[in-house]
Design a protein around this ligand. Sequence first.
Ligand SMILES: Cc1cc2nc3c(=O)[nH]c(=O)nc-3n(C[C@H](O)[C@H](O)[C@H](O)COP(=O)(O)OP(=O)(O)OC[C@H]3O[C@@H](n4cnc5c(N)ncnc54)[C@H](O)[C@@H]3O)c2cc1C
Length: 666
Amino acid sequence: MSQPRVLVIGGGLAGLSATMRLAELGVNVDLVSLVPVKRSHSVCAQGGINSVNSLTRQQGDNEWKHFDDTVYGGDFLQHQPPVKEMADWGPRIVDLMDRLGVPFNRTPEGFRDQRRFGGTLFKRTAFAGATTGQQLLYSLDEQVRRWEVEGKVKKWEFWDFLEPVLDDGGRCRGAICQDLVTMQFRAFPADAVIIATGGCGLIYGRSTMSMVCTGSAVSRAYRAGAWYGNGEFIQVHPTAIPGADKLRLMSESARGEGGRVWVPKKPHDPRDPRTIPEAERSYFLEERYPKYGNLVPRDIATREIFDICTNEGLSVEKDRLCVYLDLTHVPRETLDRKLGGILEIYEKFQGVDPRVVPMKIFPAVHYSMGGLWVDYQKSSTGGLVEGSPRNQQTNIPGLYAIGECDYQYHGANRLGANSLLSCIFSGLFCAPGVIAGFDGGGKKAAEESSRLFESGLRREEERHHALLARTAGDENPYDLHQQLGNLMTRVATVVRRNEQLAAAYAEVCSLEERWGRCAVSDSGNWTNQNVVFTKSLGDMFPLAKLILKGALQRDECRGAHYKPDFAMPGLQATDPAEKRREAEQWCDRFEANTQRWLKSTVAKCGAGGEPEISYEDVDTSLTPPRPRLYGLVGGEMIEEVWNERQKKARVGEGQAQQPAYAGSAS
Ligand SMILES: Cc1cc2nc3c(=O)[nH]c(=O)nc-3n(C[C@H](O)[C@H](O)[C@H](O)COP(=O)(O)OP(=O)(O)OC[C@H]3O[C@@H](n4cnc5c(N)ncnc54)[C@H](O)[C@@H]3O)c2cc1C
């Protein structure tokens, strides 16, 4: 390796942004991807990308409010400096993508059109119809191709990342990957390795994520010693199209463009929904959350839909859980112009035109807030130090993680349209720091590659051939995967209970043990999908275990992690004095819970592959945690009590002049 070289694993929005930026900064990049980069899961993103913009600024919005909505929506579980930096970069990132040719929707005056997404009252979301991810991905792909032609980037599509290579000092010096066509192995020496391999939804079997979102790369890094943060925080999206093969998303943009969620008041009302009068419908999100309506944060909307179907028995269908998502009141022309991409998906898979008939939807696993633990360096202004090698670096020096596979930006619940921003931001922002972190050892490692890389190559080859030879086992990997998915969906999604989580952990251990007896049906050594899938299934168990253990140990409700046994319901009293007393008690409990649980879960892969869990304090230096009230009954009283306490605390600290927080409780 005569010149510095970085290995980027993953060619979604995060990986392509990092690759583009590194190449611009003069560094050579090897870009490895399981699928052609244009087929990365980012291509499926529908609704849009968030940033403060000139329209929202006129309404009083600013970067601080975007930051604040993000941490409030995430239940304060994310370190605040990276989130602040990301919100500050938002407008520049959307401008950049516009200049790179993304065909964002425009208003008749030629300005970028904006829509509202969940968890905010501002229209911060720029969009390209309902195929925003595809347009962003293709624009970045064009840029990376430009650098490919210049010779700065070399793409390795249909390659599988198998393990990072660490030197004796524990620093990452490259990786071992496998060509999925010839099945040959290759060592990639590098000055730094960036993992940008997206989410791990396949652990849940059916989800809205693509079929390559197995989490295999992250699991391999985890087993090599990288820590994993906040694994138990898995987002279940409120609106997906139930399907036998997979669950297809019906983007939040449908509600952003006026879509209304409702159920008939009569259980399983057999009438055509169009003939059910308004008075006989329950628009339960609008009724319970008058301020945010259909655009409450996802964790809340999901729980409400789940609750109305399972506890209140108001599912639209008797034998299948679902509610209506209604766009039929929106003009057809608007729907085609702004939501064409997703409405076509519904029509194609359900055979019903959602412009005419309300859609039937139900929540589905969608996003992983957790991911590889990464570091950051805080600046004196509360954001990040640009160019610091600590930014996005895992606990393994020289190994970085960006995009959905890091744990950094979304805390306990991600706000819609913030992921595309965090992917592009983390990719662009980490590049100068990655370069600053070069220690010159990569070149030396390449020269001494025989010792460092050959043992990795040998290990992976042996593992592969041992699996190929397993033609006589009594277990079927696809069957085991289905069992794992069903189990995880049952116990570790919307509602979680300790006894079920504990039992599920034991069951996952047993599935993992059975995986050791899997037979592969294809023993050929050419484009063998069967062996690749079996390997990635094996990698799902360590992540499933850390999700379950993290969830089991976290005895509270925070964002997407909801345990009814630890819920803090709203106030019940109607008498003002009694209500006040209840609000005081509620705030006492909130304070105690914050003290105990406002911390990130950090999983380390222990001996025998069992997760060892520890906790890390969260940096809340920019805005203190406060009750996440949204539509909670008695929220106004709780907010009043809370603000009084905060004011008193500030007086105690000699900061009486600061205004009390005017929260976003509805
Ligand atoms: C249906 C859907 C719609 C969405 N819509 C929105 C939206 O409108 N707005 C928003 O903000 N967010 C949205 N999201 C979330 C968002 O799309 C993702 O979080 C984001 O695209 C992830 O990008 P990424 O670059 O981190 O990873 P990905 O785009 O998933 O890319 C991962 C890359 O890693 C590669 N890879 C994986 N494993 C390996 C391996 N073992 N070896 C080599 N390469 C590997 C893959 O080939 C791929 O190139 C949506 C999500 C879904 C499921």
